[in-house]
Design a protein around this ligand. Structure first.
Ligand SMILES: Cc1cc2nc3c(=O)[nH]c(=O)nc-3n(C[C@H](O)[C@H](O)[C@H](O)COP(=O)(O)OP(=O)(O)OC[C@H]3O[C@@H](n4cnc5c(N)ncnc54)[C@H](O)[C@@H]3O)c2cc1C
Length: 376
């Protein structure tokens, strides 16, 4: 006889975990399937930044703020560590300061909790920021950092306490409701949610083929744990990041900055590099990243890209130790025009994937949205 649950979730990346949490809290009997012995996709390879300030104003920013609220509730309930430090976007060029000053003026009425700090105020907020040529920063209060590896490994223990059946080493091969076929047996469920990340081949390949979805590869590094309990404080971003996050596209001063970067640092545009720094539970600093797009991404990393990232990081970040302990890359799915991808390939089955570079930020908000659509 088949095992029985109300909802099956495919994938134990952050989207699958968030859906399992939200639905279990609604009292649903949930079974979660992960093909690996542990999750090894984008959700363990990122900065762990829950980053509402990156989202465009309106619906996505609101979803990010709501997602952050649920994150905090879930982290506390599961006794997982996190850093509620907020963020600093630091400026060293006048065009960067212009964008950030403009954002600090028009951001708050649009719902962003942030303000402009001059250089002295910035240095009072962070011992990690380079003083030389610093013009100031935007301080935002809403960002939190989690340790993505800790979340992927330990949140599942809390889900089990909530009654979620968590099946690892269990790829889902076919869904034909009520049947869900996995390598470890058959389950019967009323509904299924597919959060399979960048796997476009295994389930519903025809839906993915017609979806317009693509992939992005990012190179990342992590330092050794910083000595003597050194703390980063607010997570850091700098001028190059203003080109990436849609939130800043409301600034009329942004095109000038983009034009200067294109003229002076074309290699940073070529590899899609901007630099962020976050700190993990063990005190190490995570640094990245680059962006290469397409369905046929190289499995090999480029040391040239790592060098550019480190060079840029050293223009604004002061670390006691720059010794790199780990290098890796991650791949996420994204849609060129939409902030995430949803589809209903069969009645009762929902695909939710491709929150792009914002999956940590949006995951719990997206999960609440899916739960609302299924169980209004
Ligand atoms: C380097 C990097 C840095 C990033 N930094 C940030 C950040 O700081 N903040 C932020 O908000 N976002 C960030 N992102 C984006 C974020 O990490 C992703 O959007 C998010 O992790 C995607 O989560 P997911 O659950 O959809 O996918 P994944 O993490 O890829 O999880 C999908 C899971 O599904 C499983 N699976 C697939 N098919 C099956 C099947 N048939 N049966 C069973 N299991 C299956 C896979 O094994 C995998 O574990 C970053 C991404 C990368 C790569």
């Amino acid at each position: 006889m088949a095992n029985r649950a109300e909802v099956a979730i495919v994938g134990a990346g952050i989207l699958g975990l968030a859906h399992a949490y939200v639905l279990a809290r609604k009292g649903k009997r949930v079974v979660l399937f992960e093909r690996g012995r542990r999750a090894s996709g984008a959700s363990i390879r990122n900065f762990g930044m829950v980053w509402p300030i990156g989202q465009p104003s309106g619906e996505m920013h609101q979803m990010a703020l709501r997602s952050r609220e649920i994150w905090l509730e879930a982290l506390r309930a599961a006794s997982l560590s996190y850093r509620p430090t907020g963020s600093l976007h630091v400026a060293y060029q006048t065009d960067e300061a212009d964008v950030l000053r403009e954002f600090a003026e028009i951001g708050p009425p649009a719902g962003y909790a942030c303000e402009w700090l001059n250089s002295t105020q910035t240095l009072n907020h962070s011992r990690a920021v380079q003083e030389n040529s610093l013009l100031g920063a935007v301080r935002s209060h809403t960002e939190i950092t989690v340790d993505p590896r800790e979340v992927a490994a330990d949140f599942v223990g809390y889900l089990r306490e909530l009654g979620v059946e968590c099946c690892y080493g269990s790829p889902v091969q076919k869904i034909e409701l009520p049947r869900v076929e996995t390598s470890l047996g058959v389950w019967e469920v009323d509904a299924a949610i597919v959060c399979a990340g960048d796997d476009f081949q295994t389930l519903y390949p025809e839906v993915f083929a017609a979806s317009g979805l693509t992939k992005c590869k990012l190179q990342m590094m992590r330092t050794v744990p910083q000595p003597d309990g050194w703390q980063l404080g607010p997570a850091l971003a700098a001028g190059l990041t203003l080109r990436f996050y849609k939130a800043f596209s409301i600034c009329t001063t942004l095109p000038r900055l983009k034009a200067r970067v294109a003229a002076e640092k074309s290699e940073y545009d070529h590899w899609g590099i901007h630099v962020l720094a976050s700190q993990t539970a063990d005190g190490a600093i995570t640094l990245g990243d680059s962006h290469e797009y397409g369905l046929d991404l190289s499995v090999f990393d480029r040391s040239e890209v790592d060098d550019l990232i480190l060079h840029e990081a050293q223009t604004f970040l002061k670390l006691p130790s720059w010794r790199i302990a780990e290098r890796w890359h991650g791949v996420y799915a994204l849609h060129p025009e939409r902030p995430f991808f949803e589809a209903e390939p069969a009645p009762g089955v929902r695909i939710v994937t491709a929150p792009g570079g914002s999956g940590m930020t949006l995951s719990f908000g997206l999960a609440e949205r899916t739960a609302g659509l299924f169980y209004a």
